[in-house]
Structures are given as C-alpha cells and as structure tokens.
Ligand binder design. Structure first.
Ligand SMILES: Nc1nc2c(ncn2[C@@H]2O[C@H](COP(=O)(O)OP(=O)(O)OP(=O)(O)O)[C@@H](O)[C@H]2O)c(=O)[nH]1
Ligand SMILES: [Mg+2]
Length: 375
C-alpha cells in the first residue's frame, strides 16, 4: 500500500502552516489522520510547535531544505507512515525554495513509487508579496529582482495556485490577482482561499485527493540566480527558556503570564527595530509556550499588521519556552542582535531569567539538491 503525500509550497509567510492545520482539522473531523512534515534551514521551528500544540503528528526536517536533504525527508515521511500510515502526509517546504518538482516530487515518484504517491503540487500566494511583483507599476518590489525570480519560478512549477488571505481581499482585488496570474501562469488553475477562516479549503482538499498526475511542469532554472535570491534573506532562529530567578523563586512560580500579550509585544518590538535598521520582513514569528499552551504572533511584511497565528487563551506559570524565527532582507548578524536584545527586554519585563538562550543566524547557502530529475 502506498502513502499519499502532498507538498504545499509558497513564499515565506504565505499561510502554508495555517493551511496545513486547517486541512488536518478537517481530516480529523472526518475521522481521518494526517502526518505533517515541517522544514527549515536550521532547527528550532515555530511551525513545529504551532502544529504539535494542536495535537498533530509532526516530523521536522531541519538543517537544509527538502531538496538538499532528500534522504532525511524520506526517513521522516517513512517514520510518520510507520505501521499504521496516515491518510495523508502534508509536507511544507521552506518558503524561499523552488524547483521542488524536479528535486522532490519526481524523485519521490520515480525512486519510491512503490511506497509513496504524490498529490498535485499546490503553491499558496501571499497577496501583499504577489501583487507587488505582478503589478510592477505599483512601484514596489518583492524584495529584489533575484528574490522575485524565485517567486516567478514558484508560479511556473505549480500544478495549481492558491491566492491566500481571501478574507482580507475585496472581490475586485481577487479578480485583479486572478487576471495577473492568468498572464504570469497561463492555464494553471487558481483558487482563492483563506487558510485562516477556512474559506475555499474544501477545494484544496479536492486537489489533495485528486488522482491527477503531480509535478507536470519541470522548471528550466538558473541556480545562480536562485541562490542569489535566497541569500538576500537573513535568517534567525532563537530559542530560550524563561524561568523564575533564584531569590524570588516562590513568588514568581505562582505568577501567571499572558502568552498572547507577550508573543505579540515581542514581535512588535523586533519589527520596530528591523524597520529602524532598514530591513524588510518576509516573515517574523514568535511562539511562547508554557503549561501545554502556545501563543504564536506573526508579521508577514514590513508594512503589514501584526497577525495572531495561534492564541493561547489563558495565562500560564513559568517556565516559558520562547522561539523566534525571523526571515528578513538584512544582515543576519544584525538581525540576531535585534532578536536577542528584544527577547532579553521581554524577559526583564516579566522578571524571569533566560536559561539557555541560543540564537543561530545565517544566509541560506546555494541550494545543492540531492537529486534533480526530469519528467
Ligand atoms: N487574515 C488572514 N491571516 C492569515 C491567513 N492565512 C495565514 N494567515 C496568517 O499569516 C501568518 C503567517 O502564516 P503561516 O501559516 O505561518 O505562514 P507560512 O507560509 O507557513 O510561513 P513560513 O513557514 O514562514 O514560510 C499567521 O499569523 C497566520 O495567522 C488568512 O487566510 N487570513
Ligand atoms: Mg510555515
């Protein structure tokens, strides 16, 4: 018996994890099970916590994107499939990745076709990013020409496209986006969906279950340009545990902390400092967890509003687990300094102390896929 796998791609902050959680909840409501694979260039993912906290079965491939860490992806998928395979495995590639048909979909189909079957490859679009690129007369760019190249390649290989955040778009804006996509990616089906409210998600499930062949469009791609686009992002993954300080331990152990407020103020503070430093945000997210609860706050563009990715809903006592993931067009060392000092400030405001605060910053290296196959 084969296990069905669906890759859900799309640029940083498009709403992939939110969509995956929606689909997983709908499967669970129908008495079905999904497994989920998250992915990042480095360990310590908000997404993994976000999904695990909602009770889903999650495997993480970290250290490199799926295409460069293909064997790790196969192992992770195989362990989720186990002896009692889920009805579907949803895999979320890194948002700055492309060429996934040649490097992931086809290798899974051609090398492991006896174990896995692939659903059509869907790519989710973030309106604030996509519209900037597809409407050049707006005078605003999607980061740089090389980063725009990645977005266009993501359009070029999708089996179907999804305009995200439909809850925040007028019918006219959706129509304009559709017209621009009809030009940029002719003959590719386009859904308008809201991963947050669930609007249109049943249509996505139609594709996840469709017998259509996956990965019908293999890219012609310039890897130097692709690498240059990826390398424009500074990447920071920070994690820390906040604990009561020694002398005041008892009083602090009883103190309750508002995870929702704390995650939002941490993200707002980091975003403010990024703006002052002239950085441009692709996705900034922070999760705070404690006592089985998680709050996630996000910002997906420099001029965007703060989003609540997940609400904790109740105050909790320390220890608290803090994770910050920032993908921003700016120097990664400077970004790391900003994330670290904002986390320290947050801790000072709670009276808690950080144990084991660690931050890892990088610029993604040139992608070197394990396999690259043609149809
Ligand atoms: N209003 C609204 N917000 C959304 C929608 N989909 C996602 N968001 C918000 O957008 C933010 C980013 O969503 P994620 O699901 O984390 O995006 P992602 O594509 O997984 O991001 P990366 O993994 O960093 O690439 C979160 O705060 C979500 O709540 C939507 O349909 N409507
Ligand atoms: Mg995600």
């Amino acid at each position: 018996m084969t296990t069905r796998i669906a890759l859900l791609g799309g640029f940083l902050g498009a709403g992939k994890t939110t969509l995956i959680a929606q689909v997983a909840r709908r499967y669970a409501a129908a008495g079905k099970r999904v497994g989920i694979v998250t992915n990042d260039q480095a360990a310590g993912l908000v997404d993994t916590h976000h999904l695990e906290d909602q009770g889903f079965d999650v495997g993480e491939v970290s250290g490199a994107c799926f295409c460069c860490s293909f064997d790790n992806l196969v192992e992770t998928v195989a362990s989720l499939a186990g002896e009692n395979p889920p009805d579907l495995i949803l895999a979320e590639p890194v948002g700055s990745c492309t060429d996934l048909v040649a490097t992931v979909v086809l290798p899974l189909q051609q090398m492991y076709g006896d174990r896995f079957e692939l659903a059509p490859f869907g790519v989710l679009l973030k309106p604030s990013h996509g519209m900037r690129i597809l409407q050049p007369q707006s005078g605003r760019s999607g980061f740089s020409a090389d980063a725009e190249y990645i977005f266009r390649k993501q359009l070029d290989e999708a089996d179907y496209l999804m305009i995200g955040r439909s809850d925040q778009l007028s019918p006219q804006q959706i129509e304009t986006f559709r017209e621009l996509l009809a030009e940029a990616a002719p003959n590719v089906p386009v859904l308008a969906i809201s991963p947050k409210t669930g609007e249109g998600v049943d249509d996505v499930i139609g594709y996840l279950q469709s017998p259509q062949t996956a990965g019908r469009r293999v890219l012609s791609i310039d890897y130097e340009r692709y690498a240059a686009g990826e390398a424009e992002m500074g990447w920071v993954n920070l994690s820390a545990t906040a604990e009561p300080t020694e002398p005041a331990q008892q009083a602090q152990a009883n103190q309750q902390h508002d995870l929702d407020y704390l995650s939002q103020s941490l993200v707002a503070n980091i975003a403010q400092q990024i703006a002052l430093a002239g950085g441009e945000i692709a996705h900034l997210k922070a999760s705070l967890s404690g006592d089985g609860c998680t709050a996630v706050a996000n910002i997906v563009s420099t001029d965007g509003q703060l989003d609540i990715g997940l609400a904790a809903g109740r105050p909790v006592a320390a220890p608290l687990q803090i994770i910050v993931n920032a993908r921003v067009a700016m120097d990664p060392d400077q970004l790391e300094t900003i994330c670290t000092s904002a986390t320290e400030q947050l801790l000072a405001s709670t009276g808690l102390q950080a144990s084991g605060l660690s931050a890892h910053s990088l610029r993604p290296g040139a992608p070197q896929p394990t396999h690259r196959l043609n149809a």
